[in-house]
Every structure is written in C-alpha cells, then in structure tokens.
Ligand binder design. Structure first.
Ligand SMILES: Cc1ncc(COP(=O)(O)O)c(C=O)c1O
Length: 394
C-alpha cells in the first residue's frame, strides 16, 4: 500500500520491435513456420576475425574493469575512423563507448534534458527516442514528415515546431523505420539553423554504411567547427559489423560533454565488457571488415529492390522507396482501416499469414507497416506473397 514505482516510469512502454520479434520467436518455438520481418538486425553472423580477436583477448586475461569511457586503443581507432571515413576530427578524449547506441542515447538525453525541455523528433521515428526523452522529463515534439517527399526532413518542417524550450533535435539518416536518407544541402541548412538557435543535434548514424544506388552518407559534424560544437555523433558496431548482441556503441562530442557522459557511464554501466571491446577494435583495424560491409550492403540493396517490386504488386499498398538502412515502410492504410488499426492488421498478418511485421503506430505513423528486409531472399519473397494472399481475403 502506498508504495509505487517512480512517476518517470508511468509512460514508459517496452520496445514494440522487440515485442513482435519475441512473439514470432514464441510461435516458431511451437513449430509454426513464421517469416519474421520484425528484426532490426542484419541476418549475417559477426565475422570470424572479430570473434577471434575477442576470444584472444579473453584468453589473454582482458577480463577486468576497463576505463569507463572505453579502452584507449578503441577510442583511438574510433577517432581515426571518424577522421578517415566521416571527415570529422575528434580526439580520443572526445569519445565515449557504452553498451550500444541505445545506451549512448540514454546517457546523452540524461546529460542534456531538464524538466520540460523540448526535443524535436522527426516522425516517423525510431521507437526508443520518445521513451528515453520522456524518461528524463523532456517533451518529444514530433515533426511530421511527408510521405510524398520520401519522409525526408526539411528546414521548413522544423521551423514550425521550434520554441524557446527546444533543446535538441534528433536526426537519424539513414532512417529507421522509413529508410530515408536526408539530402546534404537540406542537412546543411538545418545544421546552420541549429547553430543560430543553439539547438543540440543528436545525429544517430547507426546505418551509415547502408545507402543505395548513388546516395552518399554524410556526417553532420563534418560541416564545420560550429556545427561540430553542438553535435553528438552517435554510432555503434551493431549494424555495420553485425554485432547487435555485443552491445558496443559510442558518441563523439566536445570534451566537456564527453566527460559528463563518461561520468554517467561510470556510475551506471561501468564499462562495456572488456574483452568485447577488443573484438570491436579488430572490426575497425582489420581491412577485411570493408569487404564484409560491402557484401552486406550489396545483399541488402538486392533485397530492397525485391521488396519494392513485390510489395508494389499488392493492391492498394503504396510503397515509398527507401534509400538506406534495411527497412521498408509502406502505406497499408487501406487494409489497416478495414481491420481497425495497424496493430490489428499486424496481428492478422501474424495469425493468418504467419508473417511478423511491426505496426507503423509504434513509430508514430498509423496505417503503415515496417518490414525489415534483413532476411534471406526466398523468405522475403515468400513472406510478401503470404501478405498478398491473406490481404485478398479482407
Ligand atoms: C536508429 C537506431 N538507433 C540506435 C539503435 C540501437 O543500436 P544498438 O543496438 O547499438 O543499441 C537502433 C537499433 O535498432 C536503431 O535502429
């Protein structure tokens, strides 16, 4: 009696994507042949050379506490990577490593949000952002994006939503769930505006390597020194090296913020598992990694094309062409309305078609569905066929 959980938890929702993946797994364990479009992870295994470096470190006794911002070699390798690949110069002291990009984002929001601070959130958004923002008393302010413009963020979209309380904006390009890759010129305008208004930029670059056709990825912090000063560059080993279960992510930002984030990390996570960090180091140092990324990118681009083609064959479904990441986010409003919402539609597809998808409402966009195409081509084709078949019955 009278004992309650903290108020900050009252709005907290568990991750919808993890829930649907768990539900599909449960059905599979019962012997049901479910095709899973829910997973937010590559279907490739982590390369052996990364695993071996981790095992070697473990055998060599790298089993004790490590510095809470990360082992120095890894911070150095990340700084080199950011300079070489992303054209941003950070020193190792401006880099903090924690348990995946998710924990890094949690620490950033913890470090910058005060009660009622507003954080601009281009919508559709990745499910975790609004939950984390609210957790620290912040207010996620949705910036609705237009499907007819490929869900790409523009400065005009933001201008409507900025207020005196705006503290930060989250930019995630390539985007989860839409696959949108924002235009460089527009990003420059947005960055300039954020500098003028003193708005932090949280740039989630987890899908940097997954851009298709002639699209180019660009790191916002590379624009100029002023932009770099307000930007938290967030990235992880999870998607690029297929290391989702390893839990290694990082942020690069001005040293005073990095120090604060490292302190928060030291009082919560302590450090990312020490020998795991040596695996991550190998991912950056071994030239074979580039080949691995290329293989994944090519496979995903091929599957993206298949997904576009097959989904376009379903009557009344509108496909918005994704340019990056490994998700496609088509408009299923026609069917969703028939069934009373996209959650009902997802349940119907799982029960009748044995296909797991994530409802768009989890990402702030009712009537859409997110399908990950990080699965084998034949499964991808069969899964979309199943969707097509069961929708015919409606
Ligand atoms: C946009 C985005 N950011 C961050 C993450 C979390 O990555 P990590 O597994 O490194 O915590 C994900 C994972 O799905 C994501 O889609």
């Amino acid at each position: 009696m009278g004992r309650k959980l903290a108020r900050r938890l009252c709005h907290l929702k568990p991750s919808a994507t993890l829930l649907i993946t768990a539900k599909a797994k449960e059905l599979r364990a019962k012997g049901v042949d479910v095709i899973g479009f829910g997973a937010g992870e590559p279907d490739f295994d982590t390369p052996d050379f990364i695993k071996e470096a981790c095992i070697k470190a473990l055998k060599e006794g790298k089993t004790k506490y490590a510095p809470s911002a990360g082992i120095p070699e890894l911070r150095e390798a990340i700084a080199e990577k950011l300079f070489k690949e992303n054209k941003v110069e950070y020193s190792p002291s401006e880099i903090v490593i924690s348990s995946g990009a998710k924990m890094i984002l949690f620490l950033i929001f913890m470090a910058i949000i005060e009660e009622e601070d507003e954080v601009l959130l281009p919508s559709p958004y990745w499910v975790t952002y609004p939950e984390q923002i609210r957790f620290f008393g912040g207010v996620p302010v949705e910036v609705p994006l237009n499907k007819d413009k490929g869900f790409k963020l523009t400065l005009d979209d933001i201008k409507d939503k900025v207020s005196e309380k705006t503290k930060a904006i989250v930019i995630n390009s390539p985007n989860n769930p839409t696959g949108a890759v924002y235009d460089e010129e527009e990003l420059r305008r947005i960055a300039e505006f954020c500098v003028e208004r003193n708005i932090f930029i949280i740039s989630d670059e987890c899908y940097e390597h997954f851009v298709y056709e002639d699209k180019k990825f660009i790191s916002i912090a590379s624009f100029d020194e002023e932009v770099k000063r307000i930007t938290f560059t967030v990235n992880a080993f999870s998607k690029s090296f297929s290391m989702t279960g390893w839990r290694v992510g990082y942020v690069a930002c001005p040293e005073e913020y990095a120090k604060a984030i490292a302190s928060l990390n030291s009082q919560s996570v302590s450090n990312v598992t020490t020998f795991v960090q040596y695996g991550a180091l190998e991912a950056l140092r071994n030239p074979k990694a580039n080949e691995f990324i290329k293989t994944m990118r090519e496979a995903f681009e091929k599957r993206r094309n298949i997904a576009i083609e097959k989904l376009s064959e379903i009557p009344e479904v509108e496909v918005i062409k994704p340019e990056g990441a490994f998700y496609i986010f088509p408009n299923f409003e026609y069917y969703s309305k028939k069934l009373g919402g996209d959650v009902k539609l997802s349940e119907y597809l799982l029960e009748e078609g044995k296909v797991a998808v994530v409802p768009g409402s989890a990402f702030g966009k009712e009537g859409f569905l997110r399908l990950s195409y990080a699965l084998a081509e034949e499964k991808l084709i069969e899964g979309i066929q199943r969707i097509n078949e069961v929708l015919k019955k409606l």
